[in-house]
Design a binder for this molecule. Structure first.
Ligand code: GLA
Ligand code: ZN
Length: 652
């Protein structure tokens, strides 16, 4: 039997064990809402192991059995996202230490050291209890490892692990000192023990150290995830594992993390109805596409709020139709599930006002419950979409070490580089041109894409520069922006002409870069047709060495220097964008590139404003981000409406 599209969400029955009537009612309501996948166990540790070694799993067995009897599968979480009091009390080393070297008190979640052998051992013990008891239960289709990995710990154990990791990476202190430019300010190390993680009390402006620490934190978090995964797989080798990822996440290199899990999933909490819904839809779409790209295959939408999100500045309700739009948007971009946080709203504590399918009234005749049912029905209709892939058309390079290094440097604009804003502008232009967009890191392969965009690729690895060069030589179209090819993988500036590794490909070289104040702009004009554009944020100055200037700066002392340049290299074409343009520039630019590259948009004719199409294999989704109906000639899409076609025939 093929896998359906999953519908459900986080459920914390341990909060309701004294209310069997509610537990029973939940199952009936889940069935009514077409729910077929429920996540249990997130943050359940104190109920599963109330004191050390006292495992109480019967309540969970009852819940899993009742869910399964009702035809509902289970995504079983390990409870390591938060620990019980006894664990922190008996073993204080499990609690995190801040960058100021202060041991935290018990409380919050994610407040644990990823290195602590005691924490690891206790986590393995509870994970293996769960795996032995439930690993072969037919309901358990997925393991949800911990919850939203993130953060860092500066305890002595982590310091030691950091030094060991550095020894492995650099071999000798001499090599490390050189790679980090430690003669600067006399920061050379003479003993490994002198190395400390960055701290506001100590070194926090040493870029080489900072970048190495970011890599280490990412490595150590992933190592902890592997520890949990392997604990489960030691008992149930065929177990499928996921980890729920987050928006614009910084701490962990998700491309590295994704190699260690079977399925990528993420938690999506857009601030809908704040500013333009179209803008928010594009922002969300970028994230769906990034998560899809991590494994190059369908992912799960693990969490989303059916109504409001209580930790945001303002908890705004989703307008009618938005829950359905938002769920189907995930599917259109490659999700095989629509899941919520959470099924039933908790009575007390921090999340008592977070949106849930069932609120404190316990009623099923609510607006959100009705919309949840509509999502469930839609996912049943669209079941055949499950598992289908997306075309490879355009790719944007997004690389964690690049972002870490880029944002850590002092200059050229400490007032904000707007890295995500830069990615988003390219992304929006590509989407408005109707293209499918993947994301690549520097381990990725540009070859299958018709168009590759490298925005602000400040840290450019030699091997990736070489891949880009070959890509263009073989006929690819590459777009490179300002502030690319600046440093190597240790954050040491390349010597010689820049953008390093791409001078020949782009047919030009950077001479200087000018930081602009907020609100400052530079007018640019086309050299042939007379169009104009506006640069902002950073204006790079370049000398042409074979490329043709398509637009030039039209003011300031750099008037006449290239703002947009084009260069034929081998069988392909390289484009250079010297500054950050206004959003409309990218719409025109990528519409033209799509045409040059001969890439087919997901929908054959131009779509009305705010309407987007996505292809998954033989299925095409068309969605209206407007809060008003739009006429597409052959059909009308209501406000926030979705239509789905299979081989051209409308099925939804
Ligand atoms: C995160 C967590 C959930 C819950 C939600 C609330 O995504 O994973 O446990 O706290 O936020 O939005
Ligand atoms: Zn630690």
């Amino acid at each position: 039997m093929s896998t359906p599209l999953y519908h459900g969400g986080d459920y914390n029955p341990e909060q309701w064990l004294d209310r069997p009537d509610i537990l029973k009612r939940d199952i009936e309501l889940m069935q009514a809402a077409h729910v077929n996948m429920i996540t249990v166990g997130v943050f359940s540790w104190s109920t599963l192991e109330p004191s050390e070694g006292d495992y109480q799993l019967d309540w969970l067995a009852d819940i899993i059995d009742s869910l399964w009897a009702a035809g509902i599968s289970v995504d079983l979480a390990t409870p390591s996202g938060a620990r019980p009091h006894w664990l922190a009390e008996q073993y204080p080393e499990v609690l995190r230490v801040t960058p100021e070297r202060q041991r935290r008190l018990f409380g919050q979640r994610h407040n644990h050291c990823y290195t602590s052998p005691v924490y690891r051992e206790k986590v393995r013990a509870i994970d293996q209890q769960l795996a032995r008891r439930f690993g072969r239960h037919p309901a358990v289709k997925m393991w949800h490892i911990s919850n939203e990995f993130g953060g860092e710990c500066h305890c002595p154990l982590c310091q030691q692990a950091f030094r060991d990791w550095l020894k492995e990476r650099y071999g000798t202190l001499e090599a490390l000192n050189k790679a980090w430019c430690n003669k600067f300010w006399s920061h050379e190390y003479t003993r490994w023990e002198q190395i400390e993680s960055p701290s506001p009390l100590g070194a926090d402006t040493d870029n080489g150290l900072d970048l190495a620490w970011r890599r280490f934190v990412s490595h150590q978090s992933i190592d902890f995830l592997k520890w949990e995964r392997d604990s489960i797989k030691a008992v149930v080798p065929e177990a499928q594992c996921t980890a729920n990822l987050m928006y614009h996440f910084y701490d962990i290199d998700y491309f590295d993390l994704a190699k260690e899990i079977d399925l990528a999933s993420w938690d999506n909490y857009p601030t809908w109805h704040k500013g333009s819904d179209e803008g928010k839809a594009l922002d969300t779409a970028l994230m769906h596409d990034l998560i899809y790209s991590l494994k190059g295959k369908p992912f799960w939408l693990m969490e989303s709020s059916p109504t409001m999100t209580n930790w945001q500045d303002v908890s705004k309700l989703k307008r009618p139709g938005m829950q359905l739009f938002s769920g189907l948007q995930a599917v259109a971009h490659g999700s095989d599930s629509v899941m919520y946080f959470q099924w039933r709203q908790s009575r007390g504590s921090f999340e008592k006002f977070h949106g849930a399918v069932i609120d404190h009234s316990g009623r099923a005749d609510t607006r959100s419950f009705a919309e949840t049912c509509q999502v469930g029905e839609a996912l049943e209709t669209l079941a055949a979409v499950s598992g289908t892939g997306r075309p490879k058309q355009a790719a944007i390079v997004h690389d964690w070490p690049n972002q870490w290094a880029l944002e850590d440097a002092a200059g050229p604009r400490n007032a904000g580089l707007g890295y995500w804003e830069e990615l988003q502008r390219h992304y929006n232009g590509l989407r408005k041109a109707g293209l499918a967009v993947d994301f690549l890191n520097q381990d990725g392969d540009p070859a299958p894409y018709g168009l590759v965009v490298a925005p602000m690729l400040y840290l450019l690895r030699e091997d990736f520069a070489e891949k880009l060069r070959r890509y263009v030589e073989n006929g690819g179209t590459l777009v490179v922006t300002y502030w690319s090819g600046v440093v190597d993988e240790n954050d040491l500036c390349y010597l010689g002409d820049a953008p390093h590794g791409l001078v020949e490909v782009l047919g030009l070289r950077r001479t200087e870069i000018d930081g602009l104040y907020d609100g400052e702009t530079r007018r640019c004009v086309a050299t042939r047709e007379g169009g104009t554009a506006t640069g902002s944020t950073l204006c790079e100055l370049a000398a042409l060495e074979g490329a043709e200037a398509v637009m030039v700066y039209d003011e300031d002392f750099y008037q006449g220097l290239p703002a947009v340049a084009k260069h034929g290299f081998g069988k392909g074409t390289a484009w250079y964008l010297a500054t950050r343009f206004e959003p409309a520039f990218y719409d025109r630019f990528y519409a033209a590139r799509r045409a040059d590259c001969g890439l087919a948009p997901a929908w054959p004719v131009p779509l009305p404003e705010g309407v987007y199409a996505n292809r998954r294999d033989r299925f095409v989704f068309v969605q209206n981000t407007n809060n008003k109906p739009v006429d597409l000639m052959s059909f009308v899409l209501p406000a926030y409406g979705t239509a789905v076609f299979e081989d051209g025939k409308r099925i939804y």
